[in-house]
Design a protein around this ligand. Structure first.
Ligand code: SF4
Ligand code: SF4
Length: 297
């Protein structure tokens, strides 16, 4: 099922159809065409699960497909902005770059953003556009803070005699790009299955909170980053996506909610507590929220 409700700024849930026909508030919270675009972008009727649906937790995808859920149109603006950027990119092109082509195999279906000589004229590059946060960029670029000794020791207090440390930024950490790598590699495999050679896979990431203090603290000092994605073995990809597709299919056929999303898929609970559109329908998120409320009392 697609999203059925919009969450208004006052937290009221209004059916999307009613919102588009006649906002019950004094004035709309954003332009009608913007709301229409958000409604269209959240209503993709695919019978086969998409690559992005299979990358998400199976429980999340199951609940999105089986329940009437609500989305906050303000949260969808970044995705919409990404789509507007895609549109600008393709509108003027008169070259041989392929854009927004949907491909499929027996497991899944996916639509890549662009493929061709998009970075240089030597390598056929599969490119993907992301609009993301400075936090995600910091993780994707392998930037992290570590404690380094200052050479001084505490002269008094409980830590007397112990070495002092300061935080230093390092740029050689693990690059947390697994979701992006799974997505691009699957599109690459679909292209190669159709006879194309893919020489490179690259993400062009716009930072949506660029120039804020918190972005600077994370050493994200540019609005846009180019991030290369490494190849993943086709055999591994096929096994992983087949496994996820099979689990989803069984859950849908048996009308049986799948096990809770993995810790990584639920961003170690951060997603359940603030970023999952179906958290209201998910028993795990309900328990988490109750625990949080108890702690806050
Ligand atoms: S326009 Fe905004 S405030 Fe009005 S119903 Fe739609 S989401 Fe709610
Ligand atoms: S609330 Fe958490 S566990 Fe439940 S579907 Fe969403 S991400 Fe998965």
């Amino acid at each position: 099922m697609p999203a059925v409700y919009f969450v208004c700024p006052d937290n009221r849930k209004v059916p999307i159809v009613s919102c588009l026909n006649n906002c019950p508030h004094k004035e709309r919270c954003m332009f009608l065409p913007t709301l229409r675009s958000i409604a269209i972008s959240s209503d993709r009727k695919l019978s086969k699960p998409s690559v992005t649906e299979l990358i998400a937790g199976t429980r999340e995808t199951y609940l999105k497909r089986t329940t009437d859920y609500a989305i906050d149109p303000f949260d969808s603006l970044f995705a919409l902005h990404g789509q507007a950027v895609h549109y600008m990119n393709y509108k003027k092109q008169g070259d041989n770059i392929l854009g927004e082509v949907r491909m499929e195999d027996e497991i899944t279906t996916g639509q890549f953003d662009m493929f061709g000589y998009v970075l240089n004229d030597k390598k056929l590059t599969l490119g993907d556009l992301k609009v993301t946060s400075s936090y995600k960029l910091m993780k994707a670029l392998g930037i992290y803070k570590k404690d380094v000794p200052t050479g001084e020791v505490y002269k008094s207090g409980v830590k007397k005699g112990m070495p002092k440390y300061k935080k230093e930024t390092s740029f050689d950490g693990v690059r947390h790009v697994m979701d992006w790598a799974l997505q691009l590699n699957y599109y690459r495999m679909l292209l190669e299955d159709n006879g194309y050679d893919v020489n490179d896979m690259v993400i062009q990431a716009f930072c949506r909170d660029f120039s804020t203090r918190v972005a600077m603290e994370r050493n994200i000092d540019r609005p846009l980053y180019i991030i290369k994605i490494n190849r993943i073995s086709d055999r591994w990809l096929q096994r992983y996506f087949s496994y996820k597709a099979q689990n989803l299919k069984e859950a849908l056929n048996n009308n049986d909610i799948p096990p809770v999303c993995t810790a990584k898929e639920r961003w170690y609970d951060r997603k359940c507590l603030g970023f999952c559109n179906v958290a209201d329908k998910c028993p795990y998120a309900q328990v988490l929220k109750q625990q949080q409320e108890k702690l806050a009392m």
